[in-house]
Design a protein around this ligand. Structure first.
Ligand code: ATP
Length: 458
């Protein structure tokens, strides 16, 4: 399934391995035309739900580079590590907690000695093997920092601890640093949220997970600032809001579930993940985290910066540091989830049809306009239709290859409607509209086409 997915993504212009002509970069990917359209549509659907439809959340687009102390205050420089295990034979690298997960052992956030205790036991039982080459010669777990470093600002200097500037490992750092400016400039009162979409970077240890886990990725995060006694109620509200968003875009209730974290960071009071059952990855995997973080983030940044980030409640005439709950999801991970969910193989006569049954709002292209032949008498009215429709929808005009191949291509990129201009069009001023999911074809007058499509596509 994974090979099929990666191959479809490359063949049809969704996702390419980055720098392929130079041999590629592990866990870094580029999005092609359709991948970019799909990703943007998912991002816009998230933004609409999180910002546009709410009066209590505002947007932000903060820089990737931040003052290095940001990541000391947040605890990332000291502790954003993943214990790793290396295969001495084939040099493959694995996350120790992921190896243990395969044996049903939950070692999420476990200390190094606990991880090595579990690994030693598996070694003694002769169960510990490299997933790549089968060798039993694996190292013990060692700590590996996930922070990516740069020399921005001191380009001629050698990279030393004193001049390192990190690439942000999560986008929420920028939200905490702009909390005060947001309150001061937009006069927001608690409770309110700040949402942003942007790139994050982690030196991930990865093992063939395609775009599930990448070293450069986009996060969509929302930090909700509130009074401490509101946490329980708002946390439940946001859980409902985020769960409903998945259902609204076509994910079924049996394809997602909640995973409750038992081991919490010392400042956190609650942490749940939404997990989706990936056909491609063979099981439920995290897609989004919803976390109650207490006042840790703003308190730490107050302490390290010396700037008072507390909130003044005019009614009660008191100052306090707001508590935060966050929703955090990877955009690339959502692209993968929607592709995984939409991917369908259907028998049509002797053949197998591959079709992406994406929600119409997320589909990269909404309408394909296909003249039956390359003859001017058909291409001319077809281009006219394209020129009219493209103002309202992302459309594609295609006159290459047979109509069967063109339908197949549009099915594989998930285009909900194909409009075919044929010789009959010249007589009846009508076109054939083919529905992606049912393959039912309907004859529609050209003058009514825009309205017909708008009724289905919105
Ligand atoms: P994991 O346990 O999978 O490494 P995490 O718990 O470290 O993830 P968070 O730091 O909570 O993840 O990040 C929030 C969200 O950001 C995740 O739910 C995921 O959707 C996304 N995300 C995190 N790391 C990556 C990555 N390397 N590639 C793609 N998306 C990511």
């Amino acid at each position: 399934m994974m090979e099929k997915m990666a191959s479809l993504c490359k063949r049809r212009g969704f996702v390419y391995p980055s720098s392929e002509i130079y041999g590629g970069m592990q866990a870094i990917y580029d999005y092609g035309h359709y991948g970019t359209l799909l990703k943007n549509n998912i991002r816009d659907a998230w933004w609409k739900a999180m910002v546009q439809l709410r009066d209590d959340v505002v947007g932000l687009d903060s820089a990737i580079f931040m003052h290095p102390t940001t990541w000391v205050a947040s605890g990332h420089v000291g502790g954003f590590n993943d214990p790793q295990v290396d295969c001495k034979k084939c040099k493959s690298r694995f996350r120790a907690d992921h190896i243990l997960e395969e044996f049903g052992i939950n070692a999420d956030k476990a200390p190094l000695d606990e991880l090595n205790g579990h690994l030693d036991k598996l070694r003694e039982e002769k169960k510990l093997k490299c997933a790549n080459c089968g060798s039993t010669d694996l190292t013990e777990a060692k700590v590996f920092s996930l922070m990516v470093k740069s020399n921005i600002g001191s380009p001629t200097d050698e990279l030393k601890e004193e001049n390192v500037v990190y690439l942000r490992p999560e986008t929420c750092g920028g939200i905490y640093l702009e909390y005060k400016n947001t309150v001061d400039s937009l006069h927001k009162k608690l409770p309110f949220g700040i949402a942003q979409v942007g790139k994050a970077f982690r030196n991930e240890i990865v093992a063939r997970q395609f775009i599930f886990r990448t070293r450069e990725f986009e996060q969509m995060e929302m930090q909700y600032f509130l009074y401490p006694d509101m946490m329980k109620e708002k946390y439940e509200d946001w859980k409902v809001a985020r769960w409903s968003w998945y259902l609204e875009y076509g994910i079924k209730t049996d394809q997602i579930h909640w995973y409750k974290h038992e081991k919490l960071a010392h400042y956190a009071s609650e942490a749940y993940d939404i997990e989706y059952n990936f056909k491609t990855l063979g099981g439920f995997k995290e897609i989004e985290g919803i976390h109650a973080r207490g006042d840790w983030d703003l308190s730490q940044h107050s302490k390290f910066s010396g700037v008072d980030l507390s909130y003044f409640d005019q009614e009660k005439n008191e100052k306090f540091v707001p508590h935060i709950m966050e929703t955090s999801v990877g955009l690339g991970r959502l692209v993968f989830m929607f592709l995984d969910q939409a991917y369908t193989e259907e028998a049509v006569g002797e053949e197998t049809r591959v079709v992406l049954k994406l929600d119409k709002r997320l589909a990269p292209v909404k309408v394909a306009i296909l003249p039956l032949s390359k003859k001017e008498e058909l291409t001319s009215p077809a281009k006219e239709i394209w020129n009219t429709l493209k103002e309202s929808f992302m459309c594609e005009y295609d006159e290459t290859q047979s109509i069967g191949k063109r339908y197949r291509r549009q099915d594989e990129i998930g285009t909900p409607y194909c409009v075919t201009v044929d010789f009959e069009t010249l007589n009846d001023q009508a076109v054939t509209v083919r529905d992606r999911d049912t393959m039912v074809q309907e004859r529609i007058k050209i003058v009514e086409l825009s309205k017909y499509l708008r009724d289905f596509l919105g």
